[in-house]
Design a binder for this molecule. Structure first.
Ligand code: GLA
Length: 311
């Protein structure tokens, strides 16, 4: 049996910068998805603890977007991109909230690819799973989520240059908490909004370009602030990132803004911002130890891993 685990991620700063080859600073977290698989047969058959219906995907699947149930499209995307020579039967369990902005879909594709025998480097794994997600959802996303999941380093966030995919681990100080809080708003419009923003950026829309240019500078300044232990500066950069996402990139919502305002007004919170694509979903906060009693307190964790067990 093969047991593959892939973590989710939270992005600390560097939002909507990955698909133009900019800078991002996510970390893999201590919540993730496990796939246990016995290889064989010509279908990949997986039951998930969060879904009523199993995924049954033939290894020669042609069109992942037409597979049902909908969640099985991610399995089909991996199969379509990696073309395993054999299928398998198994289970999926996850500790990640689904669709909350912690990259549950990246964790799923990375874990499935590893369980199906993918053997490349973490970068190759990330690029493969990025393509798999695109085949599954039709959304042309960046590589941040999959790369954070594939290449996480315990105790560190990852400064990633998305043009070269070079990764510099940035240690997270012990005496801070990273807390992810859901706005209560689901990200229903995220896919269409994401594609629109991406097209606007590529067309040179001045406000969208201004966000990306200023955000890339904030990522570097944030990495320096974390490295020198200046948490007040780091928190200020997170708030500036949120303001830029709200006003220039226009991917925030009143619920996300209100949550960021409430958190940043809380004593002991260094900064907060929307995290992920926006249009609902989660906020990430950097705080002193034990300041917030809500959301998920996440720890910077190692990347995806696989074990083959003899049974
Ligand atoms: C989603 C995408 C990422 C990235 C973020 C925005 O999470 O999957 O590639 O573009 O949105 O920063």
């Amino acid at each position: 049996m093969t047991v593959a685990f892939a973590p989710g991620r939270v992005n600390l700063i560097g939002e909507h910068t990955d698909y133009s080859g900019g800078l991002v600073l996510p970390m893999a977290i201590d919540l993730g998805t496990t796939v246990e698989l016995n290889r064989g047969g010509s279908d990949v058959e997986l039951r998930s603890d969060t879904e009523a219906d199993a995924a049954v995907v033939p290894i020669d699947v042609a069109d992942p977007t037409s597979v049902t149930p909908a969640w099985a499209r991610y399995v089909a995307g991996v199969v379509a991109v990696t073309r395993p020579t054999a299928g398998g039967r198994g289970t999926i369990t996850t500790t990640l909230p689904i669709g909350a902005g912690l990259s549950s879909s990246a964790a799923l594709t990375v874990a499935v690819a590893l369980a199906l025998g993918f053997t490349g480097t973490p970068r190759e794994l990330a690029v493969t799973c990025q393509a798999a997600e695109e085949r599954a959802s039709g959304v042309h996303g960046g590589v941040m989520d999959q790369l954070a999941s594939a290449a996480g380093v315990e105790g560190n966030a990852l400064l990633i240059d998305c043009s070269s995919l070079s990764i510099t681990p940035i240690p997270i100080p012990d005496h801070v908490d990273v807390v992810v809080i859901h706005s209560g708003e689901s990200r229903t419009l995220a896919a269409s909004g994401y594609m629109t923003r991406r097209a606007e950026l590529e067309a040179g829309h001045p406000q969208r370009v201004r966000h990306v240019e200023s955000e890339n500078e904030r990522v570097l300044a944030f990495a320096e602030a974390l490295t020198s232990g200046d948490l007040v500066a780091a928190g200020g950069l997170m708030v500036a990132s949120h303001v830029s996402l709200r006003d220039d990139y226009e991917v925030s919502t009143p619920a996300l803004d209100a949550l960021v305002d409430r958190l940043t007004a809380t004593r002991g919170v260094y900064g907060a911002r929307l995290t992920g694509a926006g249009f609902g979903g989660c906020v990430v906060a950097l705080t002193g130890p034990g300041i917030l009693n809500e959301g998920w307190r996440v720890r910077p964790s190692a990347g995806a891993r696989v074990a083959r067990l003899r049974r």
